[in-house]
Design a protein around this ligand. Structure first.
Ligand SMILES: [Fe+2]
Length: 203
C-alpha cells in the first residue's frame, strides 16, 4: 500500500549523543525534518496512486525521490549512531576487532587515515548531501562515496552514512562543518556498521 510510511523511533534518547550531537539537534532533526520527509513521501505516493496520466506520474518523480531518499537515509542514519563509549553512554566510536576493522585497515591503512579520508571527501560536497562508506557490489571493496541532496546510495551497499545537511549540525557547530565531521566519529555505531558490512559481503 502506498502512503503508509511512519517515523521510526530513535533507538536511544534524544540526549544520548551529547556532547557530540546536542539534544536540540536530535529532537528537531528527528521530529521535524525526518517527519516531514515521511509526510511528504506519503502524500506523493498517494498522489501517484491517483494519477491517471504519464504526465501526472512524471511530475511526481522528484517528490518521490527527494522525500523517499530522505526517509531511507535518515532511517539508516539513526541506527548508525550510538552514545559515545568515551562518555560511558554506549559503544559509539569503538571499532572492535572483526571483519569490518580488518577491511578498513586493509583498504585505508589505518583507522585514522580512514576517518580523515572520509571527512575530506565528505567536506567536499557542494551544498547538501550525504557521505557514505559503502561496499561496492562488483568487487566487495569498501569505498567512500557521496550523494547529493537526499539521493539514497544506490551504487553501493551502505555501511555508514553521515548526514551533512546544515540541519544536522548548524545549531551546535554553526558553519564549521569540519568540527561536526570530526565529532561524529565519537558516536558512530560500528557494531551496526559491521552488521551491514557482513550482510553486504557474506562474511
Ligand atoms: Fe538530515
Amino acid at each position: 500500500m502506498s502512503g503508509q510510511h511512519t517515523l521510526p523511533d530513535l533507538p536511544y534518547p534524544y540526549e544520548a549523543l551529547e556532547p557530540f550531537i546536542s539534544r536540540q539537534i536530535m529532537e528537531l532533526h528527528h521530529k521535524k525534518h525526518h517527519q516531514t520527509y515521511v509526510n511528504s513521501l506519503n502524500a506523493a505516493e498517494q498522489a501517484y496512486a491517483k494519477a491517471s496520466t504519464p504526465k501526472e506520474r512524471i511530475a511526481l518523480q522528484s517528490a518521490l525521490k527527494f522525500n523517499g531518499g530522505g526517509h531511507i537515509n535518515h532511517s539508516l542514519f539513526w541506527k548508525n549512531l550510538a552514545g559515545a563509549k568515551s562518555e560511558g553512554r554506549g559503544n559509539g566510536g569503538a571499532l572492535q576487532d572483526g571483519p569490518l576493522k580488518d577491511a578498513i585497515l586493509k583498504t585505508f591503512g589505518s583507522f585514522d587515515v580512514f576517518k580523515k579520508t572520509f571527512n575530506a571527501t565528505t567536506a567536499g560536497i557542494q551544498g547538501s548531501g550525504w557521505g557514505w562508506l559503502g561496499v561496492n557490489p562488483t568487487n566487495s571493496q569498501l569505498e567512500i562515496v557521496t550523494t547529493a541532496n537526499q539521493d539514497p546510495l544506490l551504487t553501493h551497499v551502505p555501511v555508514i552514512g553521515v548526514d551533512v545537511w546544515e540541519h544536522a549540525f548548524y545549531l551546535q557547530y554553526l558553519n564549521v562543518k569540519a568540527d561536526y565531521l570530526n565529532a561524529i566519529w565519537n558516536v558512530i555505531n560500528f557494531e551496526e556498521a559491521e552488521k551491514r558490512y557482513k550482510e553486504a559481503t557474506g562474511k
